[in-house]
Structure formats: structure tokens, C-alpha cells
Design a protein around this ligand. Structure first.
Ligand SMILES: Cc1cc2nc3c(=O)[nH]c(=O)nc-3n(C[C@H](O)[C@H](O)[C@H](O)COP(=O)(O)OP(=O)(O)OC[C@H]3O[C@@H](n4cnc5c(N)ncnc54)[C@H](O)[C@@H]3O)c2cc1C
Length: 482
């Protein structure tokens, strides 16, 4: 039986910062960059050796939809990132600016090394102090205020005091250590959405894949804004759909999983696979996570062989690597000043304090490898929950603030929402918008003395707009949505 352990050794004090951001995924990296650009002395701590989180270490290499078929919805730092990656040639060769400026429900594939480099450059330019290979392990709290955090790296433990803190760990690690109320998948819900271990491949004959796609998929099927001559997310389903059915019937796979998001083209012969599920994975338990990594690598090999054997154009495919981080969809999220719920989403509600607008279906992957779950997913994602062309809904500031906390925010996957809305806005462009809002709010809070839980949201929205965010609400309010 485990016993508690009191850490009594003196911990050296690090430099003092205005802001500490824990976690350097799309949420945390953009939070740190935004805050440092506004002049905050900002420390970003990241457990791995790169920023980008799932987008780099998780090999999730496509930005979710950033437009709604009529207008681009995502501005600010996220738009700068994607436009810079385009200019530098880091997006898939088929990608045009329409992908993120106009197109409906369309993903923008990229090469992970490009995202790493651009985030490094943006952080250096802004003056963010970055500490890789550093983990946040504890928090020093006074009431609803954080005084400092304890970090660990090759130099040992350090205490880092700061005026403000942003939890962008994806798992609400900091909020939980602080004792803020959180909801945990599997503890507070019946089920946990599965994870996926993503892979990078080379040796794909994309010209052949395209021809097969065009043959299998008449142009009339293509959603608005889609060029039927380009390999893309809409046609790849058709390319591997029939082969997948055959392979499943042949008993090729260890588990009978009908759902395959599939292969994104990220280079001339490179592809990125979001394939296979680790069902019942609990990424808040190391044993489950470790077993999941091993199963994920086994499954990745099965998909490699599947593409090689069953799907035209993939005969020469070579598996470069699986990701070093598990692709985690759901763990822990905060109970915020407001919890965004499905009724808000269904009503396409907009808010005076919205820090972003979005258009993306609820994406709750099958909880188990069964036909029923596959059908449930298809109905929900492809029909029932998908916002129409031209629609949008708001993401309010108040889902970033743990209820009652004065100098603590979250950004990204650990925001406050119900399971369904979380299934829509947990993705990278939305995480980045949350990051920009949290970093900007931390700056405002330090400069004005306004606590996170009572911030003048009118002032926040104005600053975000000045810095490129697209916030089309007509009404404004100094008080956040509750
Ligand atoms: C399989 C899969 C496919 C997906 N597909 C897409 C897609 O196609 N498009 C899309 O836009 N989104 C997609 N998503 C969702 C998206 O990738 C994530 O939800 C998003 O990256 C969340 O951003 P984040 O910044 O909150 O967290 P993350 O990207 O998870 O980053 C969190 C970072 O925090 C670090 N960290 C965690 N704990 C600590 C600690 N204690 N100390 C220091 N550092 C810590 C981690 O190392 C990591 O770098 C997918 C997710 C998965 C799992």
C-alpha cells in the first residue's frame, strides 16, 4: 500500500516571473507567445523537448477546420502560425490558403517539424523563456491564489514564484494540484474516449491514391470549397473504406474497429496516420498509459501492413515512426466560471465575452470496437451535430477560469465544457485561441489588478481584436458569461 511522502528538502528558488505557463502544446505555446509579446516576463515549462504538444510529439499533423465555408473564423496567433507555415512550405503540398480561410469542415495537414520550428521562432522573437524537459510537479497555493509552482528537471527541483499561471497541460495537472474543482473522465463520466497512437509514413504514391480517389468518389460528393483533384480528408475515407471492410472480414486486425480517420498527405510521398484506437485508455494512470503505448505500436504495424496489402497507392509505404506522446483525447478538465454545454452549441450561441468562434462537429470517437458505436459516431459526427455552412458558435472567456480563482487560467483541452462540446473544441485551432485569450487576460490582470474570475471582459476583447483575433460579437460586456 502506498504511503504519503513529505518532501522536506529545501527547494532552491528560481527567478521570479510575471507568468508561468505549464505545457507547451498549441494552447500553452500560444499563451506564452501572446503574453510575452504584451511584455510579460514569461516562463514556459514543457515536459518534452519541443512545443506543439499533440501537433508535434503526438504526430497529430492536421489543424482542424478554421473556417465555415463562408468566412475564416480563427485569427490571431493561430492564423499567423498557419500562414507562416504555408509561406515556408511546411503544409501538405495540396494545401491552399482557402483551406483555413474559407473551406467548410476542412483539415489543414502539415509536417510536424515545421510546427516545431515556427513555434521556436515565435517564442524566441517574443522573448519567452522556454524550459524543455521540465515537468510541473506541485503547486504552492493560498486560498484561491497560486504563489508558485515546483518544477523538476535534470537540475533537480526548483520553486518558481510568479504573479500569474496558465495550465496548458491538457490534463489540468496544475489546476488539480492547486485543488481546483475538476471533472475526470472515467471517474465523473461512465466512459473515457479512446486514445490513438499516430504514425508518420513515407513511400506513398499520392498520384495513384488521387486517381483511385477520383474514381471511387465522384466530384459531386465533394463538400463546398473542395478541389476534387486534391487528396484530402473527404476522399481518403472512400479510398480506404472498402479495403478496410475486406481486411476486417479477413481478420487482418487484432480488434474489429470500423472507424479509421485515415491518412493525411503531409508531403510529396509522406503521410500521417491517425489510425486505430486504444479503447478504455486512462491517460491519468501511468500503467494504463504504458500498456496503451505498447498496444498502439502493435496496432500501428497492423495498419502499415493493411495499407500496403489492401489500399492502392500504398504498396511502397514505409513506417517512419509512431509518436512519442500518446494521442489523448479526454482526461481531466476544470469546472470553470462557466461550463459550455451542448444546448449552447446546438443554439449556435454567441457570447459578449467570446474569445473565439468555431464550426466543428462533435467528435466523440467510438467508445468500443462495435458496429453500434461506429454507427453512433457516424450519425453524430457526420449528420446530427455538424454545424452547417456559414454557421458558427462562441467560446466564452469564462470557460478558461477555474471557478473562483484569481490568478489561474487554463488553455486548450482542459477547458470547462461538457463531454459533447469538449468533443468539438478540444482541437488545436480552438486551443490556440484559448491560449491567446489566457495569455492576454494574464497580462490585463497583472496590469490592472483585476482577478481572473472578475476580469473586465470588454477590455480583454478589445485587446484580442487589436491583436488579430476574429471576434464578431455585436454586444459587449464588462462581466463574463456565467
Ligand atoms: C489522436 C488524436 C487526433 C487528433 N486530431 C486532431 C486534428 O486532426 N486536428 C486538430 O486540430 N486537433 C486534433 N486533435 C486534438 C488536439 O491535438 C489536442 O486536443 C490539442 O493539441 C490540445 O492542445 P493543448 O495545448 O491543450 O494540449 P496538448 O497538445 O496535449 O499539449 C500539452 C503539453 O503539455 C505538456 N505537459 C503535460 N503535463 C505536463 C507537466 N506536468 N509539466 C510540463 N509539461 C506538461 C505535454 O508534454 C504537452 O506538450 C487530436 C487529438 C488526438 C489525441
Amino acid at each position: 500500500m502506498a504511503e504519503t511522502f513529505n518532501f522536506t528538502r529545501d527547494i532552491p528558488i528560481d527567478d521570479e516571473y510575471d507568468l508561468v505557463v505549464a505545457g507547451g502544446g498549441p494552447g500553452g505555446a500560444v499563451a506564452a507567445i501572446s503574453a510575452a509579446r504584451l511584455g510579460l516576463k514569461t516562463l514556459l515549462i514543457e515536459g518534452t523537448g519541443t512545443m506543439g504538444g499533440m501537433g508535434t510529439s503526438g504526430l497529430v499533423t492536421a489543424f482542424d477546420p478554421m473556417a465555415n465555408g463562408e468566412e475564416g473564423l480563427v485569427g490571431g496567433v493561430m492564423r499567423e502560425i498557419v500562414e507562416t507555415m504555408y509561406t515556408r512550405g511546411f503544409l501538405g503540398p495540396q494545401v491552399t490558403p482557402d483551406f483555413w480561410r474559407v473551406a467548410y469542415h476542412r483539415w489543414t495537414p502539415f509536417r510536424p517539424e515545421g510546427l516545431k520550428l515556427i513555434l521556436d521562432e515565435f517564442a524566441i522573437e517574443a522573448g519567452v523563456e522556454v524550459r524543455f524537459f521540465t515537468r510541473l510537479i506541485d503547486a504552492d497555493v493560498d486560498g484561491h491564489k497560486v504563489n508558485g509552482v515546483i518544477i523538476n528537471n535534470i537540475e533537480g527541483h526548483k520553486y518558481v514564484p510568479a504573479k500569474a499561471f496558465i495550465d496548458a497541460t491538457g490534463d489540468a495537472v496544475l489546476a488539480d494540484l492547486c485543488g481546483a474543482d475538476c471533472r475526470e473522465a472515467g471517474r465523473d463520466t461512465d466512459r473515457i474516449m479512446p486514445g490513438s497512437l499516430c504514425s508518420l509514413y513515407s513511400g506513398i504514391d499520392w498520384d495513384r491514391v488521387l486517381k483511385e480517389a477520383a474514381r471511387a468518389n465522384p466530384a459531386t460528393d465533394a463538400p463546398k470549397g473542395t478541389d476534387p483533384n486534391k487528396a484530402d480528408n473527404w476522399d481518403k475515407q472512400k479510398v480506404h473504406g472498402e479495403p478496410l471492410k475486406r481486411a476486417l472480414a479477413d481478420g487482418h486486425f487484432t480488434q474489429y474497429d470500423r472507424f479509421l480517420p485515415g491518412m493525411f498527405q503531409v508531403g510529396n510521398s509522406m503521410g500521417n496516420l491517425n489510425g486505430g484506437h486504444i479503447f478504455n485508455l486512462n491517460a491519468l494512470r501511468t500503467e494504463s498509459l504504458s500498456d496503451g503505448m505498447m498496444l498502439g505500436r502493435k496496432i500501428a504495424m497492423e495498419y502499415t501492413e493493411f495499407y500496403k496489402k489492401y489500399v492502392p497507392g500504398f504498396e511502397g509505404i514505409e513506417h517512419a515512426t509512431t509518436s512519442s506522446l500518446m494521442g489523448v483525447r479526454e482526461t481531466r478538465r476544470i469546472v470553470g466560471e462557466y461550463e459550455l454545454v451542448y444546448d449552447d452549441f446546438a443554439a449556435r450561441r454567441e457570447f459578449p465575452d467570446q474569445i473565439g468562434v468555431f464550426n466543428k462537429a462533435v467528435d466523440i470517437h467510438p467508445y468500443e470496437a462495435s458496429e453500434q458505436e461506429f454507427e453512433r459516431f457516424m450519425k453524430e459526427f457526420r449528420k446530427e451535430s455538424r454545424p452547417a455552412v456559414g454557421e458558427r458558435y462562441g467560446i466564452p472567456y469564462s470557460i478558461l477560469v477555474p471557478k473562483g480563482w484569481t490568478n489561474l487560467w487554463v488553455a486548450g483541452r482542459c477547458h470547462s465544457a461538457d463531454v459533447q462540446v469538449h468533443g468539438s473544441i478540444r482541437v488545436m485551432p480552438a486551443a490556440a485561441m484559448m491560449g491567446q485569450a489566457a495569455g492576454t487576460a494574464a497580462h490585463q490582470s497583472i496590469k490592472t489588478g483585476q482577478p481572473a474570475c472578475d476580469l473586465d471582459t470588454q477590455m480583454l476583447i478589445e485587446t484580442l481584436r487589436d491583436n488579430g483575433a476574429y471576434l464578431p460579437q455585436n454586444t459587449s460586456s464588462k462581466v463574463m458569461t456565467r
